[in-house]
Ligand binder design. Structure first.
Ligand code: ZN
Length: 452
């Protein structure tokens, strides 16, 4: 897809990525939707029950489901070709599709076993170029190793430059968080017991999905960390809640579905409140990609956020609790100034080329009218080490347009290169060659309008 030079950078990334769309249940915001535990800890019941938070930690015995109400675990498997009838039909399917009897090593990048709606499957399979090969990551640039205090982690083995693709991986499983119960539940159950029934039901679905993978892939799944041992989540659901990355997919019609993608290697990446990578989902290659959101040194741990980066330390702490993560970073330990900076960054809103054009012609407005707030935001973001947040793209874009307006060759090219990298992470097809070439910049309608 090509986009015009005058368009602002994406406020939202590709519709198929995980971080922009409203989720059907309770994703709080764009940033929150980037969380690792995409379930958002809220469930919508089929009945008219209110939304309830999913439990974590140790639940008391009153919250457990009485034995006589334990739902029969569904083990259904619906052949994809029969699922064309109803788009809302949940089905178990292999993506990308493979030939019957295919061996794991015959399929580059492997495949994922999925539990999704028929409409979701159709949407994925209609992605341009589906099924594409996995995008090529920088070779041998990381290793999985023990951390001093967080179990396994992912470490750079060589310098990785801002914008480089660190890893591209197909999930082991890709599943909706909650689907309809196959049986009606008795009315006398408490809300907490209903949640327990759903957790039990989901465990059955996950068993049916997982057992379709080759044994060694199943073993890889079961070896992942589980921070949900005492809240009623079964072992497979606990692993999904601990390791799944949220992916929201909007079908052609009907509500968007939020899915959890559990990857083998990517599950080893640890949380940071100042992460050095950002992620995107690609439906056309059915894979998750992690990019460097700033330069990474050899030996440095590669991290991503499990919590909303622009929220306060206190609310990040609450978001991290279900993962058993107690963050001891500077921002969490000394939150006063960091909280203020992050709140300030959150106030920054995108500037359109039209806004810049109006400023350029309105001599009543000072030269730093747009550039000042943009540079201030960039500075705050760099102080906090959160280049992965959306306002970084917006502020970089606004600053670049200002430098074009000033005909400041050096700054326009310097900032334009960063915008180019940020935008092509979101959309590799984005055609912004003019952002990296002086000639392209000089052809821009804003060029030199405020050259003093
Ligand atoms: Zn922290």
């Amino acid at each position: 897809m090509k986009r015009g030079f005058l368009k602002r950078p994406t406020g939202a990334p590709s519709a198929l990525s995980s971080k922009a769309e409203p989720a059907p249940t309770a994703v709080k915001s764009q940033e929150a939707n980037r969380n690792k535990e995409n379930e958002t800890r809220t469930v919508v019941d089929d009945s008219d029950r209110p939304r309830i938070k999913l439990p974590y930690g140790k639940v008391d015995s009153d919250s457990l489901l009485p034995e006589e109400f334990k739902p029969k675990l569904p083990t259904y498997e619906i052949p994809a070709q029969n699922a064309n009838i109803n788009p809302d039909f949940p089905l178990i399917t292999t993506q990308p599709p493979i030939l019957a009897g295919a061996e794991w090593n015959d399929v580059p990048g492997g495949w994922s076993e999925c539990h999704m709606y028929a409409s979701t499957k159709r949407k994925i399979q209609s992605s341009p170029g589906f099924p594409r090969e996995l995008p090529k990551a920088k070779p041998d640039c990381f290793r999985i190793a023990e951390t001093p205090d967080k179990g396994l982690g992912m470490f750079a083995t060589k310098p990785i430059r801002f914008g480089e693709l660190i890893i591209s991986e197909r999930p082991l499983i890709f599943c909706g968080l909650f689907t309809s119960m196959s049986a009606k539940l008795p009315k006398q159950l408490t809300d907490q017991q209903v949640i327990q029934a759903r957790l039990a039901n989901k465990e059955g679905e996950l068993e049916a999905v997982l057992e379709r993978l080759p044994q060694e892939r199943q073993d890889a799944y079961r070896a992942l960390f589980n921070s949900h041992l005492h809240d009623g989540s079964g072992p497979l659901m606990g692993i999904m809640r601990t390791n799944g990355f949220g992916v929201t997919i909007e079908p052609e019609r009907g509500a968007a579905g939020t899915f959890s993608a559990v990857c083998e290697k990517l599950s080893r990446i640890n949380h940071s409140c100042s992460p050095n990578s950002s992620r995107r989902w690609s439906s056309s290659s059915f894979s998750m990609q992690f990019y460097a959101s700033r330069d990474i040194q050899a030996g440095e741990e590669i991290t991503i956020q499990y919590a909303e980066l622009l929220s306060t330390a206190a609310s990040r702490k609450a978001e991290l609790a279900p993962y058993d993560v107690i963050c001891k970073c500077d921002s969490c330990m000394n939150p006063t100034e960091s909280d203020i900076r992050r709140q300030e960054i959150q106030k920054y809103k995108p500037i359109s080329p039209d806004d810049v054009m109006k400023w350029a012609y309105n001599r009543q407005l000072p030269n730093d009218y747009i550039l000042g707030p943009a540079l201030k935001t960039i500075d705050l973001i760099r102080q906090e080490g959160i280049e992965a947040v959306r306002p970084f793209n917006w502020a970089m874009f606004a600053a670049t347009l200002c430098y074009i307006t000033f005909a400041n060759v050096q700054k326009a090219v310097e900032f334009g290169k960063i915008v180019f990298t940020l935008e092509t992470i979101e959309d590799p097809q984005w055609d912004v060659a003019h952002f990296t070439s002086l000639k392209g910049m000089q052809g821009h309608p804003l060029w030199g309008l405020r050259k003093n």
